[in-house]
Design a protein around this ligand. Structure first.
Ligand code: ADP
Length: 492
């Protein structure tokens, strides 16, 4: 497609780090002028440097900058931005932000406020989708009081999981294997929910310990159609947060894949989904059933694995749909090709309780090579601020087969050099080489049940000796005429 006439002249990216850089790249490729916003802590961040224009919007605390709706809108108006892409996190799922943009006549590149409200309320969403004939994870449909929890848990059957109704990001969820644990879990979850989300309500679900997290990438074209871009498997998690993701899921054969995709499309049609979204499911291999877990109304961190197996740029589709142009592809044109795996490299210290490890990147050399994609918001000498999610880079490798993709990713991790901050690179290497991951037969408890976290303390791997300066400079070469050099190559 030629963008002599791009869908927007200017868009503002209301985010930072790798996702802001990634959105800016696609916008540029479409011929759209890009505006970045940055906080005090991000003055020399990559996203602010690669955009056509960058606007300072406030202090380093997210509430003063990336969560400051009026500051973001002020920057959009000042720069003449016609649309705003929110990335993920920050303002990406805020219905009030979408509505404020509407008032200003600025387009939100994402699902409308109506969808944000519906899927942002976990209990409301459970009621809606169950009512629409989409099976959700067994559990309650209203908030649960501490005094009622034991009898409800008895009925569901232990183990159960206590979840904050206003939750997200895996925060505050607690598993209980007995009534005694449940009493404590109710107290802890509610307390954390109050602190993190300003809402005390919690609810219960049956906890499925052998489940796999499998999600479907959906795009509503804004013209009444919903399309899918196949599924991603995201079962490698730590504390309910994804660490390694892959597409397609090694758990599904064609029959199961068809079944999952049709459930996801049914759910997306029921809520008249618009723009990009992810329908997350828990797959229980013991019963061979898919349960809807939640809907994420934004682009997700792990979207590149889908882009690599389909060849479709999801950000570009988001922009086209937001501009009212529909998707650039038809469902029957989407083909699943090969396999892709993503590893999230964090500036954190796995040997110190995974504490975030902010600091200056003294050395920084991301991997390269055929079928290796790196999405990052950093460069050598830049700083990982303490204020934000410490995701350093995502390394995504494609292969004709799952094993080829896996080997490429292992080699890419061995080539990666990061100095100045602690990283989880060793954990990623360990996981990718572990027996359950290699076989593809794993679930959301892979780190705990296969003892991978316990092995980490002693785990070492061979890092390629790149990125380190040579001890001595080689002697200065004598000037050589070009023809002589060429002769050396071609043996003349
Ligand atoms: P959040 O919205 O906070 O990210 P989710 O409901 O999406 O929380 O759950 C995150 C992860 O927690 C899931 O991918 C899964 O690993 C685990 N989980 C959540 N609910 C259950 C459940 N009922 N049974 C088993 N695992 C669960």
């Amino acid at each position: 497609m030629d963008y002599a006439d791009p869908p927007f002249r200017t868009i503002l990216v209301a985010n930072r780090g790798e996702i802001a850089v990634r959105v800016i790249r696609t916008a540029k490729a479409m011929g759209i002028r890009t505006v970045a916003v940055y906080s005090e802590a991000d003055r020399s961040s990559l996203h602010a440097l690669v955009a056509d224009e960058a606007v300072y919007i406030g202090g380093p605390e997210p509430r003063d900058s990336y969560l400051n709706i009026e500051a973001v809108i002020g920057a959009a108006k000042k720069t003449g931005a016609e649309a705003v892409h929110p990335g993920y996190g920050f303002l990406a799922q805020r219905a009030d932000f979408v509505e404020r943009l509407e008032e200003e006549g600025i387009t939100f590149i994402g699902p409308p406020a109506r969808i944000q409200r519906l899927v942002g309320d976990k209990l409301g969403a459970r009621r809606f989708f169950q009512g629409a004939g989409v099976e959700v994870v067994p559990g309650t449909f209203t908030a649960v009081e501490a005094k009622d929890a034991p009898s409800i848990a008895e009925e569901l059957g232990y183990p159960v999981i206590v979840k904050p109704a206003g939750g997200g990001g895996g925060i505050g969820m607690r598993i209980a294997w007995s009534e005694e644990e449940l009493v404590k879990a109710m107290r802890d979850a509610s307390e954390l929910a109050g602190k993190a989300f300003g809402r005390l309500e919690v609810y219960l679900e049956k906890y499925l310990p052998k489940a796999r997290h499998i999600e479907v990438q959906v795009i509503g074209d804004g013209r009444g159609g919903v399309l899918h871009l196949f599924e991603r498997e995201c079962s490698v998690q730590r504390r309910f947060q994804k660490v390694v993701e892959e597409a397609p899921s090694p758990a599904l054969d064609d029959e199961r894949r068809e079944r999952l995709l049709s459930i996801a499309l049914k759910a997306a049609k029921a809520c008249e989904y618009v723009n990009a979204g992810t329908f997350e499911f828990l797959y229980d291999p013991s019963t061979d059933k898919f349960y809807l877990l939640e809907v994420n109304s934004r682009i997700q961190v792990e979207h590149p694995v889908t882009e690599m197996i389909t060849g479709i740029d999801i950000v570009r589709e988001q922009i086209l749909v937001a501009a009212g142009e529909g998707t650039s592809f038809k469902q029957e044109e989407v083909e699943l090709r090969g396999h892709a795996i993503e590893a999230r490299v964090y500036a954190e210290d796995p040997l110190n309780g995974f504490a975030p490890s902010p600091g200056v990147l003294k050395a920084y050399r991301p991997p390269e090579g055929p079928w290796v994609r790196v999405d990052s918001g950093y460069y050598a000498g830049s700083e990982v601020p303490m204020y934000y999610d410490p995701l350093l880079m995502k390394i995504v490798c494609w292969g004709a087969t799952r094993e080829e993709a896996r080997r490429r990713l292992v080699a890419a991790i061995e080539e990666t050099v990061v100095e100045g901050v602690a990283t989880n690179l060793a954990l990623l290497h360990l996981v990718l080489n572990s027996e359950p991951f290699v076989s593809g037969d794993y679930n959301t408890r892979i780190l705990e049940d296969w003892g991978l976290l316990d092995k980490l303390g002693e785990y070492t791997y061979r890092r390629a000796a790149v990125g380190r300066p040579a001890k001595e400079a080689s002697p200065a070469p004598k000037a050589v005429e070009a023809w002589k050099l060429a002769a050396r190559f071609y043996g003349a």
